[in-house]
Design a binder for this molecule. Sequence first.
Ligand code: FAD
Ligand code: SF4
Length: 488
Amino acid sequence: MTRQRILFGEQLGPQFDDGDEPILLVESLAAFRKRPTHRAKAHLYLSAIRHRAAELGDRAELVRTDTFRSALTGRDLVAVDPPSYAARRLVRSVGAEVLPSRGFVTSEEQFASWVRGRDERSLVMDTFYRAVRQREGILMTRGGKPVGGRFSYDADNRQPPPKKQERLGIPDPWWPEEDEIDAGVRADLDRWEADGAVRFLGADGPRRFAATTAEARTALQHFVRDRLPVFGPWEDATLAADWTMAHSLLSVAMNLGLIDPREVVDAALAAYDRGEAPLNSVEGFVRQIVGWRDWMWHLYWHLGERYVRRNVLGARRRVPDAIWELDAAAIEANCLSSVVAGVHEHGWAHHIQRLMVLGNFALEHAWSPAETTEWFTGAFVDGTPWVMPTNVVGMSLHADGGVVATKPYASGGAYIDRMTDYCGGCRFDPKVRVGEDACPFTAGYWAFLDKHRDRFAANPRMAQPLAGLGRLKDLDQLVEQERHRTRW
Ligand code: FAD
Ligand code: SF4
């Protein structure tokens, strides 16, 4: 029996292939049945797998199957350790040789030695990020100091969106052109849906994300040239009519393994060296990848498979149907409706839309952390089992009690109004707490603080919000209103 290298759907770039063995690629329909999946995501995965098979030609065997396991059983396999607990169990159960994982800036071994002796309460992304910068010599001077004198330029990067502008006014991201492989994928998806074999969410409009390494590299070049210079200042801002802002959209290509994160970081550093992008933008972007992306990856393993079940705030509400169905028309809150419409169209929203609008609403309205994680994983083109739990359970829903974020990321309508242009077009008013026009984020924020005031009293970072809560004269009325809220 010839030994084959199995490439999972997140391992489609050259860095997962050492060129030694024939390649096995697998398309599994069951993967799309595990949870409702965005059609654009199914399209992207299938397109990327089929493009990879075409690139590899006779070296690749592409197996179309129902379950992954049936394609792997009875073969002699070698695998780069895959990126989920389930896939790791699978490769081991079929007796594959397993190589250390790839696709991140730091190895699992390096993280293990960094984290040794640290308990959950001392896991701080910034400390990890600094250690990686120092070890890798990223934005460091010869004397071992951070370039520019600071490790973080976050303080320069929190500008509200420009006034009286609907869009940032920078060129559009690079968009791929679909080919006959995409046409074949679309026909298969149509057929499966018509047969009732699987049901997808959202629209499968023109493919917006890279499906090959060559496309990912082109997208990277365009990002570095056109968007990186203004990435920093608008990192936290949102304009309703500008769905991409200055973001890179590269999470998708990195999560499919099409491009190595170190290559992405190096392209940004080279632009800085050439004087083509300022330090605050380059550091802000590098931090997202070397810091946040690697951090979330390592925490997925470090915090364990049951982490996604954590629920210290006892949030048990079901994710509403309008969210599961991506039904923007059923939502009155302009911010939430716009973001859901964007997810319906693209299977993607930028970080602030995910955190400040979707995550914040889910936190204030007590959606179940595990179900919210399921929804995000299926609805987003870059959603993978490793990336979601810490971003949803930890960063957004504070359901881990403060491991990923030391305070809950809850905010009222005033902050959304400052950082976006949604409120002007909304039937609610961000300044109103009680009554017909009460903003569900503003009222939701105070009701959330009130519900958990005893728990948050022990957190010094929550002292100021709790003092504000104590000054509200209409709190009882507000809490009663939010208990019965049906319109949002
Ligand atoms: P950019 O703004 O251009 O940032 C550059 C890169 O930094 C991203 O491509 C991404 O790889 C990395 N990055 C930044 N923050 C994070 C983070 N918190 N976790 C992991 N990587 C990060 N990221 C995903 O890759 N897949 C997801 O499904 C996903 N879901 C999220 C859900 C929630 C509720 C939240 C709060 C965050 C989520 N993120 C996810 C993180 C982040 O929002 C996305 O990586 C980012 O919006 C992707 O767009 P971009 O490539 O244009 O990012
Ligand atoms: Fe969102 Fe409230 Fe602003 Fe409406 S008023 S857009 S609900 S924050």
